[in-house]
Ligand binder design. Structure first.
Ligand code: SF4
Ligand code: SF4
Length: 293
């Protein structure tokens, strides 16, 4: 089983639309992993059935038993994260501020505080509209540690691919270059970098490629809306040539794609969309390249 990871140095480049198109092209030969857990939106295109829902915990959180608490205030005094508040005369832990260090529990004179597992979100196992399996997730608002949830999604996707004899896991990675992206990239056989012809697009492509290069992952690039700025497109082309990155496709700006997306369809589902055919060629190129490795 090989992993193909689609990433971008920033949000809004069209990464998810490209990944969803690849997911449709891959039909039932793959498992899809939506690792953009902080802003998951592959479900908009792929219509998952949410057949299994699982809790996800990360780290710990202090919890005060109001029956035992004598309101002495010692816990609030020692908490350096100001995570303990007084509401209507009672001490409460502010979940979003608590780091789960456990110090408050040590100073509590009546053992009213215990640490509980921190519930930060859910992960799902679904079947999508092509019949393929998909693992996806959702973080709770303000929750941290999305890198760990990304690792969980990838692990479950790999398990599903192994148990159902699929050759590929297609991963929609997080934008940026932080912990969730690094987690998305670990173990990848090929990275697809999606960018746009702007100076920030080039800058973020350079940043995200520095991570891919460090992992020594072969990479290809898709320039979305390539015809919007020819000068910046040419600068991206130069960068790709210099770094020996495959130029997979230059997708033209096409307003019809927005209409398709609003209807929950991908670029490859309308034969009139030129970008769909280009992505079809890119997908075949990637699969052939992986067969050779
Ligand atoms: S566990 Fe640590 S961070 Fe959380 S409330 Fe207690 S002292 Fe503060
Ligand atoms: S230290 Fe214990 S008893 Fe005192 S306010 Fe905090 S939870 Fe209540």
């Amino acid at each position: 089983m090989k992993e193909i990871v689609v990433i971008s140095g920033k949000g809004g480049t069209g990464k998810t639309s490209v990944t969803a198109s690849f997911a449709v092209l891959g039909e039932k030969d793959l498992v899809v992993a939506d690792c953009d857990v902080d802003a998951a939106d592959m479900h908009v295109f792929l219509d998952p059935d949410y057949r299994e829902k699982h809790d996800f915990y990360s780290g710990e959180l202090a919890q005060i038993d109001p029956e035992t608490c004598i309101q002495c205030g010692k816990c609030a005094e020692v908490c350096r994260f100001n995570a303990i508040d007084i509401v209507n005369g009672s001490h409460h832990v502010k979940e979003l501020d608590c780091e789960g260090c456990g110090y408050c529990a040590r100073v509590c004179p009546v053992n009213a505080i215990k640490n509980i597992r921190n519930h930060v979100g859910y992960w799902y196992r679904s079947r999508i509209k092509t019949g393929a399996g998909m693992i996806h997730a959702r973080m709770k608002v303000g929750a941290e540690n999305s890198g760990k949830l990304v690792a969980k999604v990838k692990q479950e996707a790999a398990k599903l691919a192994e148990s159902t004899n699929k050759k590929y896991v297609l991963v929609d990675g997080s934008p940026g270059i932080g912990c969730p992206v690094i987690s998305s990239l670990s173990g990848a056989a090929y990275a697809v970098l999606v960018t746009e012809p702007t100076l920030s697009g080039l800058h973020d492509l350079e940043r995200v490629y520095s991570v891919v290069e460090r992992f020594r992952i072969p990479a290809g690039c898709i320039i979305n809306k390539a015809d919007l700025n020819i000068r910046n497109r040419d600068k991206i082309r130069e960068f790709l040539k210099d770094k020996a990155i495959d130029l997979l496709a230059e997708l033209p700006y096409d307003l019809r794609i927005s209409t398709l997306m609003v209807g929950g369809r991908t670029m490859v589902e309308d034969p009139a969309i030129e970008s769909g055919a280009m992505l079809g060629k890119s997908w075949n190129y990637i699969l052939n390249r992986l067969k050779m490795n």
